[in-house]
Design a protein around this ligand. Structure first.
Ligand SMILES: *[C@@H]1O[C@H](CO)[C@@H](O)[C@H](O)[C@H]1NC(C)=O
Ligand SMILES: *[C@@H]1O[C@H](CO)[C@@H](O)[C@H](O)[C@H]1NC(C)=O
Ligand SMILES: *[C@@H]1O[C@H](CO)[C@@H](O)[C@H](O)[C@H]1NC(C)=O
Length: 380
């Protein structure tokens, strides 16, 4: 009997210890020490594999995409780069335990969604018609419909009140979108000849901003509070634009950059307006335009050897100029030093560039991320 009691005491002690350490971890999480989850919206800059599950011409699940992505052993994942996207890196740096799963992936169920979900889709834009040239893609309206589904799942997993708390305090909502509305809509002659004749740049940008306001407000209604909004990068300077417009290495396409700047000016006002009008929400504006321009203009300062030639798909061996418009794939030429290229393919930054961009957004000053940086946003 005494021995049984002793066993019982040992067991009780064990239960107590396990319980304490369990509570300790929960306590940690509640203290906001790490980011709980990222909900990632946008286009191919942050797509982590949704397009693998769509019949679309915009796909990256072929090698050598993903060649430097450690978790997949260098196999393609659907990310449009050689390694991690900015969304992956930011989540990792802020203490999110796992990458956000693509919404369309079969494993985006159960507790896996508590690390976040990625809705981004190559070819997607703010406007529903954007990217129709790819046949299929998820535009922002659809991405938010999908988050509404996730939202209900989180209620079931955590209970309504804890779910709200988790989404409002421990979750990031990042939106990287807009480039395709220009590149694969307004500026694309076959698709937009009508639109460009009937719509001035002002009217087109107006349309984008009005749709985006509605979309961000819907996310707010679904309890999103910590927002990261990326502006449109210098799309006139990406290798694709240089190739189709037959520019010199250090030239950029004026019209594309002008449209991006026009949109970015209006976006800045929209972000200020939402910060003012949506109580409890913080919108951090990521100045991707100036940031990518800084990398392009001062690439050598950051250890790159080129900001005009893509690593995958341009250069010798694969059809010269044409190589730059065919997507990166098994038959593309591949550079020998992936860490010396700002651009992975004709549209997308390399992982090396993403690491630098992410660092500026995490810890940088108001030049590149305002009103606060991402580390400060997490700790709110
Ligand atoms: C889910 O599946 C994707 C492939 O679609 C994979 O990249 C990812 O690592 C998986 N995530 C989890 C949490 O199992
Ligand atoms: C937007 O496009 C999707 C297909 O991608 C379609 O199902 C939906 O009806 C469209 N929405 C509007 C408002 O046109
Ligand atoms: C979310 O879905 C519900 C229906 O399940 C709908 O009533 C509600 O308006 C949706 N919310 C948003 C913000 O789209």
């Amino acid at each position: 009997m005494a021995s049984l009691m002793k066993h019982f005491k040992t067991l009780a002690l064990l239960v107590l210890v396990v319980n304490l350490s369990y509570q300790y971890h929960i306590g940690d999480a509640a203290k906001n020490e790490g980011l709980g989850a990222s909900f990632i919206f946008g286009d191919s800059l942050v797509d982590a594999g949704n397009n693998n599950y769509l019949s679309t011409l915009s796909k990256a699940n072929v090698p050598p995409n993903g060649i430097d992505f450690k978790l997949s052993g260098g196999n393609p994942t659907g990310r449009f780069t050689n390694g991690r996207t900015i969304g992956d890196i930011v989540g990792e740096e802020l203490g999110q335990p796992k990458y956000a799963v693509p919404f369309l992936a079969p494993n985006a169920t159960g507790k896996a969604i508590l690390y976040g979900v990625n809705y981004a889709s190559g070819g997607g834009g703010i406007l529903n018609a954007t990217g129709s040239i790819f046949v299929n893609r998820l535009g922002m309206d659809v991405q938010i419909d999908y988050f509404n589904i996730t939202r209900k799942e989180i209620d079931k997993l955590l209970g309504k009140s804890e779910a709200r708390d988790f989404l409002m305090k421990k979750s990031f909502f990042s939106i990287t979108v807009g480039s395709n509305d220009f590149l694969n809509n307004y500026l694309l002659p076959v698709v937009s000849i009508g639109a460009r004749i009937s719509e001035s740049p002002d009217a087109f940008v107006d349309d984008m901003i009005n749709h985006f306001r509605t979309q961000l407000t819907r996310l707010y209604q679904l309890d999103a509070r910590k927002f990261v909004i990326a502006n449109v990068g210098p799309i006139g300077c990406i290798p694709y634009q240089k190739i189709i417009n037959e520019l010199n290495e250090n030239e950029c396409v004026d019209l594309a950059n002008k449209l991006a700047l026009q949109y970015n000016g209006r976006l800045k006002d929209l972000v200020a307006e939402l910060n003012e009008n949506l109580p409890g929400a913080t919108f951090a504006l990521a100045n991707v335009y100036d940031l990518v321009m800084e990398l392009i203009q001062n690439y050598d300062k950051y250890g790159f050897t080129t900001a005009s030639r893509a690593c995958c798909g341009s250069g010798s061996g694969s059809g010269g100029q044409l190589g730059g418009i065919i997507p990166c794939g098994p038959t593309s030429s591949l550079c020998s030093d992936r860490y010396k290229h700002v651009f992975w393919d004709s549209y997308h930054p390399s992982e090396a560039a993403n690491l630098i961009l992410a660092k500026y957004l995490l810890d940088g000053d108001k030049t590149y991320i305002s009103p606060i940086n991402l580390r400060q946003l997490r700790d709110l």
